[in-house]
Design a protein around this ligand. Sequence first.
Ligand code: IPE
Ligand code: IPE
Ligand code: MG
Length: 244
Amino acid sequence: MKILEKKLEKQLEPSKFPRHIAFIIDGNGRWAKKRDKIRSYGHKYGIKACKTTIDNCLRLGIKYVSMYGFSTENWNRPQEELDTLFELFSNFIDTELEPMLKKDIKFIVSGDYSKFPKKLVDAVEYAVEKSKNNSKMVLNLCINYGGRPEIVRAVNSIIKEGVKEVDEKTISNYLYTAEIPDPDFIVRTSGEQRLSNFMLWQMSYAELYFPKTFWPDFNTKELYKALINYSKRNRRFGAIKESK
Ligand code: IPE
Ligand code: IPE
Ligand code: MG
């Protein structure tokens, strides 16, 4: 196992890493089902994969990491599953905040997290406040997030401020991601090839990658494979050039 990891590690090209990598976390439920377990079991292991991936990105020097963990459409799931997810999110912040603060990680949030149970709202607010001066890596937690609601919210804020004309920069400045660059690379696990309302504005030129792996199995090797795949791409941005 470790041999393959080392082999992949040798193929990494840090100068060609994405500045901002965004993960659409998917496949927790199917991962659990395959093991005859309930969906919550998959979410629990999904959180572990989040921790591993965050640590790996930090170690590799990736500056911005987004994790899509709960969409505005996920409220349609059974209450029991929602309760488990909220509990897991709260525990994740409770146990990971101190180590992540020490690692100089800054938490930001995309999404209207005020709709969550108070315990989670408080934990998120505390993490954002406590980490606001950190600078090694920005971890953008996308929770109760949807790309369309985000754009609607931005437009309403712009109207409220009496702005008469907008340009692209204005729109970007009113999104949750105003302070971070657009994602260069979007990774969605589990084999589904759709965006599910994720960063619709920001992804205009993102590279997309859809590994079949279910999220709880997204380990160091999987991240290496993703980064190697990205480093081979030719991002042209409409121009004619041979390499990045
Ligand atoms: C991702 O896994 C976690 C969330 C969206 C909260 P899923 O729960 O969507 O797992 P599948 O897609 O049903 O396997
Ligand atoms: C996408 O996963 C949303 C998140 C990862 C938070 P879903 O599992 O909810 O998406 P669909 O329903 O398959 O599109
Ligand atoms: Mg899913």
